[in-house]
Design a protein around this ligand. Structure first.
Ligand code: AMP
Length: 270
């Protein structure tokens, strides 16, 4: 059993953090017969509210990979004194509050500052990046430079009305970030976190005016990535309805099937 991973300091605070060292080429793990490879490199796609963040956390626990979320970086920046924010980050936070996408240049700068995280020896699960074709193309270039190959891109799929109901009912604990839903997973006491007693709030970008903007941004900019990754032969499509554990099981099954298919194809080619 590999040791517990340290916190994702490198992804959240950048290169100055002392996270796990990047993986040297010689340390790359090879797939084990019948099991999942040790270091998985995955991109998660799906509309906002489809449950990507939850699946990313479960997958990372299961695969011992790093959960790399660009949304987490922008949310962490919200706690910084506004007078200390760079102009790019201040604009990014304004875009985020409105539910819009942050400019590609800002997102790419943030990712490029963290390329070591893409070579983490535990592998990675990218959640919320890339979100545009420009970001996806840039990621391909970065991965080539870093000598890292994506294993798969997982697209979580759910009917639109269900996604909108999920987003508008979601409530997050202001203190510990636990997530509830007014109907599907209500707290025992309204508006109070079951876990830590903190106040439950609606994320600014889950408010009705921002949800419409986010869905439009998804349809216009992110949905085309399904075709992009389909053409690269990397796309796995997963039904995102049901419990988080069921969805995780579906995902792991497809990943195992894909690993087995890749192994038998490379065996046949030898
Ligand atoms: P998320 O938690 O992934 O839904 O991200 C929250 C918000 O951060 C999004 O609604 C965007 O405003 C911004 N954001 C996060 N990742 C990206 C990205 N890759 N490209 C553009 N904007 C992003």
């Amino acid at each position: 059993m590999p040791p517990q991973k340290p916190e994702r300091a490198g992804w959240l605070i950048g290169p100055a953090a002392s996270c796990w060292p990047p993986q040297a080429d010689s340390q790359k793990a090879s797939p084990q017969a019948g099991d999942l490879p040790h270091a998985y490199h995955l991109v998660l796609l799906g509309a906002p509210g489809v449950g990507k963040g939850t699946q990313a956390a479960l997958l990372c626990q299961r695969l011992r990979a790093c959960h790399l979320s660009t949304g987490d970086i922008f949310r962490a920046a919200k706690n910084i004194d506004p007078s200390r924010l760079s102009p790019g980050m201040a604009q990014a936070l304004q875009a985020m509050r409105r539910g819009e996408l942050v400019a590609d240049a800002t997102v790419l700068q943030i990712v490029k500052e963290r390329t070591d995280c893409l070579r983490c020896r535990g592998g990675f699960v990218l959640d919320g990046f890339p979100r545009t074709l420009e970001q996806a193309r840039a990621l391909q270039e970065i991965l080539v430079e870093q000598n890292v190959k994506l294993d798969a891109t997982i697209n979580y799929e759910m009917p639109l009305p269900q996604i909108i109901a999920r987003l508008s009912g979601r409530r997050t604990c202001a203190a510990c970030k636990a997530v509830f839903h007014v109907q599907n997973h209500p707290p025992k006491v309204p508006d109070i976190c079951d876990r830590c007693g903190g106040a439950l709030v609606q994320r600014e970008d889950d408010k009705p005016e921002a949800v419409g903007v986010r869905m439009d941004a998804y349809q216009g900019s992110t949905a085309p990535l399904i075709e992009f990754y389909g053409k690269l032969g990397l796309l796995l499509r997963i039904d995102a309805t049901g419990s988080p554990e069921e969805i995780l099981r579906r995902t792991l099954k497809q990943l195992k099937n894909r690993s087995a298919a890749t192994r038998s194809a490379s065996g046949a080619a030898e």
